[in-house]
Design a protein around this ligand. Structure first.
Ligand SMILES: C[S@@+](CC[C@H](N)C(=O)[O-])C[C@H]1O[C@@H](n2cnc3c(N)ncnc32)[C@H](O)[C@@H]1O
Length: 270
């Protein structure tokens, strides 16, 4: 069963009830990431400092789950990882991601290269996000992030519930587990699948919408579980060390129906 266009099922429903393959990636990208907002800037700063504290590690295998039309979690993993898997379920998002990583094609490509000297790769939008990452830490050491991300990222079309266990050394999951279902049990299982895919000792970051009532992308309504900081704290208590879970203020300009964001980070227990 698919969510009814326009009307939808609000925040309720299971993951399989929603039209993920029809996710309007371009509209989502334009609405959320065309310009950098203060909440994303705050998240990026914290993630940058956290991952930079693992500067003694390199050549890791990184995982970003539910990547959608957002490259900044993968950019945050870039200095630590020589391979980044973008684990995404929606066909439309997979197509969007592959194209975005590749850059423009054909004549426009060639013309851009001649005019700007810039290689192929993601659009200029992400430069503002990369600049925040470069303010401190390891990121300035990445030579050409456009080329490097293109070379290191691999887009894999599959569900979070199909993630293999203990395969990755560092992980990010942004606005996915609580925003892919309206069912609390399914949300918890999604978080466990993400954590289960990491190896003991792996640093990870989970960003979530707080108290989300669901969201509209294009003509469809998508679900959410209205989580709070304590929900994540409880779930991470026995799974991670060095845990921090905190509220990120949002000015409400993104949309209505949520009370901010939650940023959780830690290291998977040995
Ligand atoms: C609200 S979007 C978040 C996208 C992006 N990570 C961001 O930070 O903006 C939710 C994402 O979860 C993905 N998703 C939905 N069901 C999924 C599943 N079963 N497994 C993995 N990803 C899924 C959607 O396709 C979408 O990309």
């Amino acid at each position: 069963m698919h969510a009814d266009p326009e009307v939808g099922t609000g925040a309720a429903g299971h993951n399989s009830d929603f039209p993920w393959d029809e996710f309007d990636s371009q509209s989502y990208y334009r609405h959320n990431y065309r310009t950098i907002r203060d909440d994303d800037r705050a998240i990026l700063g914290e993630v940058r400092d956290f991952f930079s504290s693992f500067g003694d590690r390199s050549g890791l295998k990184g995982l970003d789950v539910g990547t959608g039309a957002n490259l900044y979690p993968a950019l945050a993993l870039l200095p630590l990882c020589d391979e980044i898997t973008m684990w995404e379920y929606s066909e439309s998002n997979v197509v969007w991601l592959r194209r975005e990583l590749r850059g423009y094609s054909g004549f426009l490509d060639a013309a851009l290269k001649v005019l700007t000297g810039r290689g192929l790769g993601y659009s200029r939008t992400w430069d503002a996000f990369w600049e925040v990452l470069c303010e401190k830490g390891l990121y300035g050491g990445v030579d050409d992030p456009r080329k490097t991300l293109k070379a290191r990222a691999r887009v894999c079309r599959s569900s979070i519930f199909e993630l293999p266990p203990q395969q990755w050394d560092a992980g990010t999951m942004f606005f996915a587990a609580e925003s892919l279902t309206g069912d609390e049990g399914e949300f918890e299982s999604a978080v466990q699948c993400f954590l289960g895919a990491l190896r003991p000792g792996a640093p990870f970051v989970i960003a979530s919408m707080e108290n989300s009532q669901g969201y509209t992308v294009g003509k469809y309504r998508y679900p959410a579980v209205a989580i709070e900081e304590d929900d994540l704290r409880k779930m991470l208590k026995d799974r991670a060390t060095g845990t921090s879970v905190r509220h990120i203020e949002s000015d409400g300009s993104l949309r209505t129906g949520y009370s901010g964001m939650i940023l959780a980070r830690g290291i998977l227990r040995e």
